[in-house]
Design a protein. Structure first.
Length: 256
């Protein structure tokens, strides 16, 4: 069974539409959809935002289901000018930081290498190339808060060997490695390095779910954010479309 895990519904809903869903479960904060695409068993997991919800969700998936491989999907912020909206990133290495407080204060601290995805990644690279799907390679870093400022993203890209930033992949990769499950990640750029986004950490609950009512109230009480939110929403869906198309090509392949 292939496990596809994303943080929010926008990251997985397009793929879910192409799956024949046989079973739906709520385990903790996560939602699990077990189904088929052709004769291939698929488990789609909506984990919630952040490393802790993602770690709990993938741990439950490995314990409760016969998982043969894990695909971490979702959006990422670009850290280099070469990445534009909806570009696909096929990571080579995944990093995290044990001292994020210092990192977000622009202090140069060490990063930890969580995973080197060379083996399984090469198979995915072959599938995407054969399907004429454009992608870019690079390294990503997982952090526990939204990298919302242009200044921080520029600094991160210039001072570390990373081209994308997101919030879940490192924790998923650790669980996959611990359980000896083949793993790779695919991310679509939802905001470029030159794009500032609004801080969403305060709009999620302890389960990692986005409180849409709170988000709506926040935007209405900060009307200057409305143009930025509308642009981000447009980019969000553009990235989701590219991501969905690529993942479907991968899971429909006979090589996975």
């Amino acid at each position: 069974m292939i496990c596809i895990i994303g943080a929010v519904k926008e990251e997985v809903s397009g793929i879910k539409q192409h799956i024949t869903i046989k079973e739906k479960k709520h385990i903790g904060a996560a939602t699990f959809y077990k189904g088929l695409i052709k004769s291939k068993e698929i488990l789609i997991v909506r984990s919630g935002v952040g490393q802790s919800p993602a770690q709990r969700a993938v741990s439950d998936a490995v314990k409760r289901f016969n998982i043969k491989s894990i695909i971490s999907i979702g959006f990422a912020g670009g850290l280099v000018p070469e990445l534009i909206i909806s570009d696909l990133i096929l990571p080579e290495k995944i990093y995290c930081c044990e001292d994020e407080e210092s990192l977000f204060r622009f202090k140069k601290v060490s990063l930890s290498l969580v995973a080197n995805l060379s083996d399984y990644r090469d198979r995915i690279k072959k599938i995407l190339t054969e399907n004429k799907t454009k992608f870019k390679t690079g390294n990503i870093i997982s952090v526990n808060r939204v990298a919302d400022s242009v200044k921080f993203k520029e600094w991160l890209g210039k001072n570390y060997p990373v081209s994308g930033v997101e919030m879940e992949t490192a924790s998923i990769a650790k669980i996959a490695a611990r359980n000896d499950v083949p793993f790779f990640s695919l991310r679509a750029v939802s905001d470029e390095v030159s794009h500032a986004i609004f801080q969403t950490n305060k709009l999620t609950n302890k389960k990692g779910e986005i409180n849409r009512l709170a988000a709506g109230y926040y935007v209405l009480s900060h009307p200057f954010l409305i143009p930025r939110v509308l642009e981000f929403k447009k980019n969000f869906y553009k990235a989701a479309k590219t991501l969905t198309e690529a993942v479907l090509k991968i899971i429909n392949s006979n090589d996975i």
